[in-house]
Design a protein around this ligand. Structure first.
Ligand SMILES: CC(C)(COP(=O)(O)OP(=O)(O)OC[C@H]1O[C@@H](n2cnc3c(N)ncnc32)[C@H](O)[C@@H]1OP(=O)(O)O)[C@@H](O)C(=O)NCCC(=O)NCCS
Length: 150
């Protein structure tokens, strides 16, 4: 796992292998992010970790995985899009800057890969998340968000 320094007590790195620890961490974290999405299977995590256009960031305190953020890249005619998705920090570790540290690591990586900006969505009800993103410099865009559900 590679690391980057931040002000938070967490060590931020990227997931390079899928092991029991990673599977168990997502079984613990995903219910704290979504009540409708099940935790990823080992196979799904393997597809994610081996995808060169997706970076799975992990935050650890004393070695234990306590947060995660996924950064996804895709090329479009006008450039390279970078999206942050599925940001979650374990309830017991919130309020110590771990979410900020994960987000800053993602911004650094997006800049390094040549994306011209970093995008994300966050429901208004996610008050802590919206405060965090605005504090870090994300600006709210005026656009309609659509979804076609199968
Ligand atoms: C959003 C989330 C990732 C932030 O993680 P975090 O490690 O607490 O983030 P930070 O400590 O960097 O900052 C979060 C902000 O919320 C506050 N906060 C969040 N949880 C808190 C808690 N339990 N106690 C006190 N403050 C808390 C922090 O003080 C900080 O406020 P500020 O920006 O006004 O200074 C985390 O709250 C979380 O996992 N929430 C549930 C999932 C979610 O909403 N994900 C975002 C999807 S878009």
């Amino acid at each position: 796992m590679s690391t980057s320094a931040t002000d938070s007590p967490a060590e931020i790195g990227t997931a390079d292998v899928v092991d029991d620890e990673l599977v168990e961490a997502f079984e613990r974290l995903i219910p704290q992010l979504s009540s409708s999405s099940p935790p990823p299977s080992r196979q799904h995590l393997e597809a994610l970790v081996s995808n060169a256009d997706t970076v799975l960031f992990l935050a650890r305190i004393e070695g234990r995985i306590i947060g995660s953020l996924t950064l996804a890249f895709f090329p479009i005619p006008t450039g390279t899009k970078a999206w942050i998705e599925d940001v979650v920090v374990d309830d017991a570790a919130r309020g110590y800057g771990v979410g900020a540290a994960l987000s800053l690591a993602a911004i650094d990586e997006a800049r390094r890969r040549g994306a011209k900006d970093v995008n994300l969505t966050s429901r208004p009800a996610r008050e802590a998340a919206n405060r965090l993103y605005q504090r870090l410099g994300f600006h709210q865009r005026n656009s309609n968000l659509y979804r076609y559900t199968f």
